[in-house]
Ligand binder design. Sequence first.
Ligand code: PGA
Length: 256
Amino acid sequence: MRKIYVAGNWKMNKTKTDAVAFALELKSKIEPFEKTEIVICPSFVALAPVADILQETRAGVGAQNVHWEVSGAFTGEVSAEMIESAGCQYVIIGHSERRQYFGETDENVNKKIKRVLQTCCLSPIVCVGETLEQRESGKMKEVVETQIKNGLAGLSTAQMERIIIAYEPVWAIGTGVTATPEQAEEVHGFIRELLSTIFDETIAENTSILYGGSVKPDNIESLLKQNNIDGGLIGGASLKVDSFVQMIEIAEKMGN
Ligand code: PGA
């Protein structure tokens, strides 16, 4: 049975004070939940205080980026060990905003994943997705296939057990335009087939594939109803405790 995630990607939002206030409120509201995997990904400066608050709850904490080296002269970068020592369990890798604005390539994504897998317990949330232009020119599957194949190159099946994938069509991120459940499901099914070809049937069956791109309380149910959608990676709608908790409630009610 695959795990279902409601994961918040805060991007460059919230000061440490705002993040702490959110975490305290979230902690008070998530006690009834038993099934959904809850994750929030604050900025680096808020990771440790947020992780401290959520330590004994079912909510995990993730970073939004990581460097592929262990340590050294890489001014401004943050290592996997640092993230783990802040109390995190997850790290987002290869988000489209990092690919688009910061030159992240599939090769970097691959190096980052491999580095993160050297830690004891961090799980990479690996993002893939096509731009509107790529979709309209019929290259959607080709693009996603390349990102998956190159991003996950060289991983063993044992390493794959720690990976979570997020399909985030670039044209749906922060635009208010969500992929329809059918559009998302088509790509999720395709990614699962790819995992079965590259790894094996068990990995394909057990890997959680999240959808991201304008997910909100109004549309999360129809997305989660799809066979191959195992949760959401949520930006804008994760910034308010109420809408974030509403989405967890919906995931719980759906009996996942
Ligand atoms: P959005 O962002 O929910 O604001 O579209 C999702 C993401 O980029 O992870």
